[in-house]
Design a protein around this ligand. Structure first.
Ligand SMILES: Nc1ncnc2c1ncn2[C@@H]1O[C@H](COP(=O)(O)OP(=O)(O)OP(=O)(O)O)[C@@H](O)[C@H]1O
Ligand SMILES: O=P(O)(O)OC[C@H]1O[C@H](OP(=O)(O)OP(=O)(O)O)[C@H](O)[C@@H]1O
Length: 213
């Protein structure tokens, strides 16, 4: 009798593509496709329960072992960090972190300490530390593009997918910070305790990702 695993899946953008991948490898995800307000769903034909959570909480549940696996964006992993195995790049949820400024501004030309607004202060801090630049970082919770428009910041570090939001708000990306996509992560103890069960799910996903190439 194989153990019943529990996976935390990021709600929102990544949920549909996660369901698509699991259905492609034979898991019946019909309960998850119409979740309503229910947060825990059982996959009827595979020993897996799905927990629908906010991105940073996926990492928390996997790190604490209350979920054996998780699907979360590389952006959240870079921002929050943590102790778990990152076992697969799932190939969807593709976007990137970029440094962006108001069109026409000379970000690198000034000698004053620059102010950077971001929803991802740790990613921002690491990026500028690597460049040996001292910056002031202002944490913004969303719609980060407002910060340079309101002259709160000289630049932002934010997620860019199509570039439409930057363009619509008169901002331009001047440097890429990191590539982002959805990742499958695994609790370190679960990887040992449920090696065969986890290996089966990883192998199924790897096979499907190979077929998609
Ligand atoms: N254009 C995008 N904006 C934000 N996240 C994106 C985008 N494209 C892909 N992603 C990926 O989707 C994941 C979840 O995005 P989603 O919009 O569902 O939640 P969120 O914006 O991070 O959270 P919330 O807006 O609820 O605070 C992100 O962590 C990222 O990995
Ligand atoms: O390059 P684009 O295709 O325009 O996508 C990038 C935008 O998408 C996200 O906004 P969203 O409103 O989804 O999330 P937020 O609440 O974090 O701003 C992100 O914060 C950017 O603003």
């Amino acid at each position: 009798m194989s153990e019943r695993l529990r996976i935390a899946i990021t709600k929102g953008r990544l949920l549909d593509k996660s369901v698509e991948l699991f259905e492609a490898v034979g898991l019946d995800c019909s309960p998850i496709k119409d979740p309503g307000r229910r947060l825990v769903h059982c996959v009827p034909n595979y020993p897996l329960d799905a927990v629908l959570a906010k991105a940073p909480d996926v990492i928390t549940y996997v790190e604490h072992g209350v979920c054996d696996l998780g699907i979360v964006g590389k952006d959240t992993i870079l921002e929050k960090g943590g102790s778990f195995y990152e076992v697969l790049d799932l190939g969807f949820g593709k976007c990137r972190f970029a440094l962006a400024v108001k069109e026409g501004s000379d970000f690198y030309g000034t000698y004053k300490t620059r102010r950077i607004a971001s929803k991802y202060p740790e990613v921002t801090r690491a990026f500028f530390e690597k460049k040996g630049m001292d910056v002031d970082i202002i944490k913004i919770e969303g719609s980060v593009e407002l910060a340079p428009i309101l002259d709160l910041a000289d630049a932002i570090v934010d997620i860019v997918e199509t570039g439409a939001t930057l363009k619509a708000n008169g901002l331009v990306p001047i440097e890429d910070v990191a590539q982002v996509s959805a990742r499958l992560i695994v609790n370190t103890a679960s990887m040992k305790l449920y090696k065969d069960e986890i290996a089966d799910l990883i192998a199924r996903c790897e096979g499907e990702l190979e077929r998609r190439k």
